[in-house]
Design a binder for this molecule. Structure first.
Ligand SMILES: *[C@@H]1O[C@H](CO)[C@@H](O)[C@H](O)[C@H]1NC(C)=O
Ligand SMILES: *[C@@H]1O[C@H](CO)[C@@H](O)[C@H](O)[C@H]1NC(C)=O
Ligand SMILES: *[C@@H]1O[C@H](CO)[C@@H](O)[C@H](O)[C@H]1NC(C)=O
Ligand SMILES: *[C@@H]1O[C@H](CO)[C@@H](O)[C@H](O)[C@H]1NC(C)=O
Length: 437
């Protein structure tokens, strides 16, 4: 049994799998209660496990998973049924500043002698394991430190079953100094499940906001994107507000295409522009602005706020998959797309992006990048979100604001984003709220 490592930048084969994995746990609502049985072990075979052991599987040595990556493993023969007599052991470790979240989904283990053991400390003797696990559903557990061990046993006369697991190595949740607004229902994506490059569904990114130029010469045309963060504030890029006046910006939420208003659309005027005071047009540093709406929007299935990433302030998202959404042109200088588009792109941290030969010298500590291989945010996507779905909760976070690129999807030219985690205090000071979980 192999443990596969998802490294989206170099393992193109698996990048779409990764995207699906991220999306599949995130269809908004969490799943119903599990049907996992933590049974007391009862071995129906009256034989020593050594005698019964038909084959071993798993990892022969402890496998190291870098922080921000995930290890994957599955039951023997997955997605086909495992057979009897299996004894598998997987041991994984990561850096000391990270821990594992193990998600097995789907998991179906017959309760007639088959079981999974999980040691939250990575103890291969499983002295700290909870009761053996069987049943079917979705299993999610977290390690105590930076190692985990998982054992699987199938009885000689099993009917079979199967499971597929990911072990995500990530920084432990930080306790933020910014208190989230209670009961803020943020980050709940719509139900349409689409993988990159496709048209997004009507309600899939319910915080996606359209900015229209409603100046006398602007004709009401879409010119930038933005992100709904509360009933009366949207977040965008400073270069989308620079040299504009509030009265000339229209804000549309719940909007699907740019040709006509959708039935779910809500339109507002802007009562105030809060552009970052240190925005520099030359360096494009601090490319962030807030727009206050003249009246609050109503939250519906098609209109919801994104979560702000205050749980992830120390997370650089390197090699995680972000999804950029917008109506921007699909080719440089081309015409804007009438339908909301989404593109899944691997994130490049500030540090790594600085190593890039084309944009590296322009990257400040307030920016990070995405890798572009014929896919990129483009003109008109500006100001819109780079979304990241927390695989633990399935909730959507805005981690970047589409800021600039050089051309579109030019080879090896990363797209550049404003790093939202650097501005959480600024957002809270100016809006009075932080919508997050
Ligand atoms: C124990 O296993 C052996 C083969 O491994 C088998 O011949 C024997 O019948 C088994 N005994 C019981 C009680 O299942
Ligand atoms: C299991 O095997 C042991 C001998 O190895 C025997 O004493 C015991 O009675 C057996 N139990 C059952 C339920 O067959
Ligand atoms: C879980 O255990 C209960 C008894 O404790 C049993 O009735 C039920 O069938 C078990 N569920 C599964 C999926 O085996
Ligand atoms: C913008 O940045 C450039 C380069 O660092 C600097 O020369 C210029 O003074 C800055 N402009 C403002 C308005 O701060």
């Amino acid at each position: 049994m192999n443990v596969l490592f998802m490294h989206t930048a170099s393992s193109r084969l698996f990048s779409s799998v990764w995207v699906i994995a991220l999306l599949s746990g995130c269809l908004g609502e969490l799943r119903p209660a599990l049907h996992i049985n933590q049974t007391v072990l009862s071995i129906s075979d009256n034989n020593s496990s050594a005698q019964l052991r038909q084959y071993t599987c798993g990892t022969t040595t402890t496998v190291y998973v870098s922080k921000g990556y995930q290890g994957r493993f599955a039951s023997p023969n997955y997605p086909n049924l495992y057979s009897g007599g299996a004894d598998c052991l997987w041991t994984l470790t990561t850096s000391t500043d990270a821990q594992f979240t193990l998600i097995c989904d789907p998991l179906s283990i017959s309760c007639t002698g088959d079981y999974l053991l999980f040691s939250p400390s990575g103890d291969t003797a499983f002295s700290d394991a909870v009761n053996p696990i069987c049943g079917s559903g979705r299993l999610q557990v977290t390690s105590k430190a930076n190692s985990i061990a998982i054992a699987f046993h199938s009885s000689y006369y099993t009917n079979g079953g199967g499971f597929s697991c990911v072990a995500q190595a990530q920084a432990p949740p930080t306790t933020s100094t910014l208190a989230p607004t209670p009961n803020c229902q943020c980050g709940i994506k719509g139900q349409n499940r689409v993988v990159g490059g496709q048209s997004a569904g009507v309600t899939e990114w319910p915080w996606q906001t359209l900015l229209a130029d409603i100046s006398p010469s602007g004709g009401g045309n879409q010119y930038c994107g933005a992100t709904l963060i509360s009933p009366n504030w949207v977040l965008t890029a400073a270069h989308c507000t620079h040299n504009r006046i509030a009265a000339n910006i229209g804000v549309v939420v719940g909007q699907y295409d740019t040709k006509s208003l959708s039935s779910t659309s809500q339109v507002r005027r802007v009562s105030q522009i809060v552009q970052h005071p240190n925005f520099n047009r030359t360096t494009v540093n601090h490319d962030i602005a807030l727009l206050k709406l003249d009246s609050p929007v109503s939250f519906t299935a098609a209109v919801r706020p994104v979560c702000l990433p205050n749980r992830f302030v120390n997370y650089n998202f390197d090699k995680q998959i972000g999804t950029v959404t917008g109506w921007g042109t699909t080719t440089f200088g081309g015409t804007a797309s009438p339908n909301l588009l989404e593109v899944a792109l691997p994130i490049i941290s500030t540090e790594n992006c600085r190593l890039n030969s084309i944009v590296g010298s322009k990257i400040t500590e307030n920016m990070f990048c995405t890798y572009a291989e014929n896919k990129d945010a483009c003109q008109g996507d500006s100001g819109g979100p780079l979304n990241w779905i927390d695989p633990q909760t399935g909730l959507g976070y805005i981690v970047g604001i589409t800021s600039f690129g050089i051309g579109c999807a030019k080879l090896n030219t990363p797209g550049v984003y404003t790093k939202v985690t650097n501005y959480l205090s600024w957002i809270q000071q100016n809006t009075g709220t932080i919508c997050s979980v």
